[in-house]
Design a protein around this ligand. Structure first.
Ligand code: S3P
Length: 439
C-alpha cells in the first residue's frame, strides 16, 4: 500500500446523536476549486483563490499543474495563488501524472492535454483506473486528438500525444459536467467553434468560470459553444461551501429528533440544488436565506430542522442536479415513512465506487431493507432507529460520510472501515459532525 492509499484506511465507530444544533461552514466547493486551478493555470496573470478545498482530489489537480511548471502556492487558510502560464505556457511533465481518486482531474486534463504540444500520461488509484474514459476519448479523437489507453482506450493509464485540434459539434450520450468540460477545454485550443450539447444540463461551473476569466462563451439551453482563445485573464475567485458536503449535515439534521442547523455560505447553483428539491419533496424543512451572487455563483445560508420525512419516487432527471448526493439521499429514505424508489441512476455505478451496489449492501448491513435494481434502488423506510452494524467505505468518501449520518439514528453504532477516505472531499468531516451533536 503506498502513502496515497493510506488515507483510505482507519475504522471509525460513528455513534448516535439526539440532534445537530448550531452554525457551521463546510469546506469549499470541489468542482469550483478544480476549475479555479485549471483556468488560473492557462490564463495570463495571477489568480487569487479564497475558500479553496484542500481535499485530496483538488491537491491532485494542483500537483498535476505543478508538474507542468505552473506555480501554484497553497497559502494556508484555504487560500491559493496560481501564477498563470498563459495559453501556451504549460510544459511537458517529466513523469506520469497521478490523479489519485479524482475523476474531475483526469477527465478535464485529458481534454486540456490533448491540445498541448507535448506528450503526457495520466494514471490514478485502483478506483479511478476502473472508471470509464472512453466517453471523453471518443469526442476528443473526433477533434483530432491522439489518446491511447488500456482496454481499447477506455481505461487509465492513458497516454496523450498533443495535436492541433479542430472544433466539433458534439451531442453527449450522458449529461456529464466532466465530459462537457473536457471538450470545452480542448475547444479553447481548437480551430473554429466547438459546441457541446447535453441531453440534460449538467453542472455549469465551467461555463460560469470561463466568463469570469473573460472567455467568449455562448450558452443556448443545453448547448455550450467556445472558440479558440489566448486571452484568459487571471482573476480573484471566492469559492462557496460545497452543497454536496452540506448535504450530509442537511440530512443529519432532518433525521435526528432535536435539530436546528444553519449552514453558512453554501453554493446554491441551480444545477446543484437537486438535494434541496428532493428533501423538500420528502417533507424536509429546509430554507435558503441571504441569497446573493459571489464570483459568478449563487450563494446562500441553508437552515435545516428536524423533519418527518416520507418516501417518494426519484427519477434520473431529479437526480442529475443531486448526482453526488445519491448515497445520502438513500440515508434520508432509510429514515422516512414508506418506500422510496430511485430510478435512472445507472451513472452511479461508475462513480468512486458502484454506489448503487455499495449503498444497497451498506443499508442492509445496518438493518435497512432494500432492493437493488439495474438502474436504482427501492428502500423501505424504517421511520425509526436502525440497529447499526459494520460497513466498508470501498474507498469512497461519500459512502463513508453517508454511513456516519445513518449512524446518528443507530441503536449501537456504525463501524465504518476505510473512513479516512473522507479526506478526498471533506477534511475535518468527523470533527465538524462531533462539534454540532447535541448531547
Ligand atoms: C463533477 C461532475 C460530476 C460529479 C463529480 C464532479 C465535476 O461527475 O459527479 O463529483 O466537477 O465536473 P460527472 O461529470 O461524471 O457526472
Amino acid at each position: 500500500m503506498n502513502a496515497k492509499n493510506d488515507i483510505f484506511s482507519g475504522t471509525v465507530a460513528a455513534g448516535p446523536a439526539k440532534g445537530l444544533r448550531g452554525e457551521i461552514k463546510v469546506p469549499g466547493d470541489k468542482s469550483i476549486s478544480h476549475r479555479s486551478v485549471f483556468f488560473g493555470a492557462i490564463a495570463g496573470g495571477t489568480t487569487e483563490v479564497e475558500g479553496f478545498l484542500e481535499g485530496e482530489d483538488n491537491l491532485s489537480t494542483v500537483n498535476a499543474f505543478k508538474k507542468m511548471g505552473v506555480e501554484v502556492e497553497t497559502l494556508g487558510g484555504q487560500k491559493v495563488r496560481v501564477r498563470g502560464s498563459g495559453a501556451a505556457g504549460l510544459k511537458e511533465p517529466d513523469d506520469v501524472i497521478d490523479a489519485g481518486n479524482s475523476g474531475t482531474t483526469t477527465r478535464l486534463l485529458t481534454g486540456l492535454l490533448s491540445a498541448q504540444p507535448f506528450f503526457s500520461v495520466i494514471t490514478g488509484d485502483a478506483s479511478l483506473r476502473k472508471r470509464p474514459m472512453k466517453r471523453v476519448v471518443e469526442p476528443l479523437s473526433m477533434m483530432g486528438a491522439s489518446v491511447a489507453g488500456r482496454k481499447n482506450n477506455s481505461l487509465l493509464p492513458i497516454a496523450i500525444s498533443g495535436k492541433k485540434l479542430k472544433g466539433i459539434s458534439y451531442n453527449t450520450p450522458v449529461a456529464s459536467a466532466q465530459l462537457k468540460s473536457a471538450i470545452l477545454l480542448a475547444g479553447l485550443y481548437a480551430d473554429g467553434e466547438t459546441t457541446v450539447t447535453e441531453p440534460e444540463k449538467s453542472r455549469d461551473h465551467t461555463e460560469r468560470m470561463l466568463r469570469l476569466f473573460g472567455a467568449e462563451i455562448k450558452v443556448v439551453r443545453n448547448s455550450v459553444s467556445v472558440r479558440s482563445t489566448k486571452g484568459l485573464i487571471g482573476c480573484k475567485i471566492k469559492i462557496p461551501g460545497d452543497i454536496s458536503s452540506a448535504a450530509f449535515f442537511m440530512v443529519g439534521a432532518m433525521i435526528t429528533r432535536d435539530s436546528e442547523l444553519l449552514i453558512k455560505d453554501v453554493g446554491v447553483n441551480p444545477t446543484r440544488t437537486g438535494i434541496i428539491d428532493i428533501l423538500r419533496k420528502m417533507g424536509g424543512s429546509v430554507s435558503t436565506l441571504n441569497e446573493r451572487e459571489v464570483s459568478g455563483e449563487p450563494v446562500a445560508d441553508i437552515l435545516v430542522r428536524t423533519s418527518r420525512l416520507k418516501g417518494i419516487e426519484i427519477s434520473g432527471s431529479d437526480l442529475l442536479p443531486a448526482i453526488d448526493e445519491f448515497p445520502v439521499i438513500c440515508v434520508a429514505a432509510a429514515f422516512a415513512e414508506g418506500t422510496t424508489t430511485i430510478s435512472g441512476a445507472a451513472e452511479l455505478r461508475v462513480k468512486e465506487s458502484d454506489r448503487v451496489a455499495v449503498m444497497a449492501g451498506s443499508l442492509k448491513a445496518v438493518g435497512v431493507k432494500n432492493t437493488e435494481k439495474e438502474d436504482g434502488i427501492i428502500i423501505e423506510g424504517t421511520a425509526g432507529d436502525i440497529p447499526g452494524g459494520r460497513v466498508a467505505s470501498h474507498g469512497d468518501h461519500r459512502i463513508a460520510m453517508s454511513m456516519a449520518i445513518a449512524a446518528l439514528r443507530s441503536k449501537k453504532s456504525v463501524e465504518i472501515e476505510g473512513a479516512g477516505s473522507v479526506e478526498v472531499s471533506f477534511p475535518g468531516f468527523f470533527g465538524l459532525l462531533d462539534g454540532v451533536k447535541a448531547s
